[in-house]
Design a protein. Structure first.
Length: 167
């Protein structure tokens, strides 16, 4: 198994002993917003199919971003793999270790502030534009779905969107 060089130059395979890699600016990131993201072997070991994530699927997107943020050996990997707009959008829904979240929010306070503002503006609901756009690839709702007046999607609408997206 190849080693991942720690930021201080020592050979360290585990990310638990390293300080999280945090780029200086979010604008330096130039990862893709859509498509398939294949992570390097040290971030997601195993078969190639376990390292490929469909960025159009919200669950796979979150899993890929969590893996990159926790396992990246340096800022260059983060800049190559992550998209700044997508990171801002999913920041609050990522399950990150405390030291990783603290390091990122201390370097980029806009992540913490922007996510708090977005959460306060939206409430705690699931929104039609997030689910339907991710599943349908457009702005239209599946047949039988009526947009909720508050912008939130009901359980029935979510099931219809998910069912129609798999067809």
């Amino acid at each position: 198994m190849p080693y991942v060089p720690a930021r201080d130059g020592r050979k360290n395979r585990r990310s638990s002993g390293r300080a999280p890699a945090v780029p200086i600016s979010l604008d330096d990131m130039h990862g893709h917003r859509v498509g398939v993201l294949e992570l390097p072997h040290h971030m997601a070991p195993g078969h190639r199919s376990r390292r490929r994530f469909d960025l159009d699927d919200p669950a796979q997107l979150r899993l890929a971003y969590q893996s990159v943020l926790c396992e990246a050996a340096d800022c260059c990997e983060i800049n190559d793999l992550l998209n700044p707009g997508t990171l801002r959008r999913v920041w609050r829904s990522l399950h990150l270790p405390g030291k990783v979240r603290a390091a990122w929010e201390s370097r980029h306070p806009a992540l913490e502030n922007g996510a708090a503002k977005a959460t306060a503006a939206r409430g705690n609901g699931i929104f039609a534009e997030d689910v339907v756009a991710a599943r349908m690839g457009g702005d239209r709702l599946p047949r039988g779905c009526v947009p909720a007046s508050t912008g939130q999607i009901t359980g029935r609408q979510m099931i219809a969107a998910r069912t129609n997206s798999t067809r």
